[in-house]
Design a protein around this ligand. Structure first.
Ligand code: URA
Length: 232
């Protein structure tokens, strides 16, 4: 997803259903404001969060939204689903339908994974968090069916070859928390990555919970199914 910047005259022509000549005239008459400032350049770059007023009336006024959700097991990371409750459905009391419709998910979790899910309508922010070059750490607490050994630490750090994608996973950190629990930090998000990595040891994942994404940590007081607006 890339941040969409457009020319001011194009946006106004579209929203007000007028031609660009008329827009030029309105600019000359100082009837247009962008983010509080009288606009005078037809080619001024604006994005979806620029507040645009024509004759002091807003024709565009979107606010960036940043949401943290404690995803329960059994809720799907999708915007629409016929069978399951979606992460968007869980935001019904927090946001309006229009606000919910503007959101996208910043890094999905599997249906049976719980924990931190971030959502936003600001693609610049989600790109920063998901772009592979930024290597943003994703922290997981993993519960396994069988005992952990120190071999896992080396294997996760060295990376594993996934024949299906033809890639080797990036170095990952694994700390043994207890006999059956590990704290894993990934800097990428391959399909079912954690389950597949433990699968190499024939050790099924019993529970998977995301604790943090970069600097955003699941707050202890955010209960399962709850969400909140965050300031970034
Ligand atoms: N790895 C998985 O296998 N599942 C997730 O939901 C996240 C990481």
């Amino acid at each position: 997803m890339s941040i969409n910047r457009s020319r001011l005259d194009r946006i106004i022509a579209e929203k007000c259903q007028i031609n660009r000549k008329k827009v030029r005239l309105m600019l000359a008459q100082k009837r247009i404001r962008v983010d509080g400032v009288i606009a005078n350049n037809v080619a001024q770059a604006v994005d979806k969060f620029s507040v645009i007023l024509v004759d002091e009336e807003a024709i565009q006024q979107h606010h960036p939204l940043y949401i943290m959700l404690h995803k329960p097991i059994g809720v799907v990371c999708a915007t629409k689903d016929d069978k399951h409750t979606t992460v968007i459905d869980l935001l019904e009391t927090l946001l309006t339908a229009e606000e919910r419709a503007s959101l996208h998910i910043v890094g999905r979790l599997d249906l049976n994974t719980s924990g931190l899910v971030l959502l936003t309508n600001d693609s610049r922010w989600s790109e920063q968090l998901t772009s592979p070059e930024n290597k943003v750490p994703k922290h997981y607490l993993v519960t396994l069916e069988r005992l952990l050994t120190n071999e896992y630490i080396t294997a996760f750090a060295e990376g594993m070859f996934f024949a299906f994608e033809g890639i080797t996973t990036k170095p990952a950190t694994l700390n043994i928390v207890s006999q059956y629990q590990a704290h894993v930090v990934l800097t990428e998000g391959r399909y079912h990555q954690i389950k597949r990595m433990f699968g190499r040891f024939r050790n099924p994942v019993v529970a998977l919970h995301r604790i943090a994404v970069g600097d955003y940590r699941l707050p202890e007081d955010l209960k399962v199914g709850e969400s909140r607006i965050i300031v970034v």
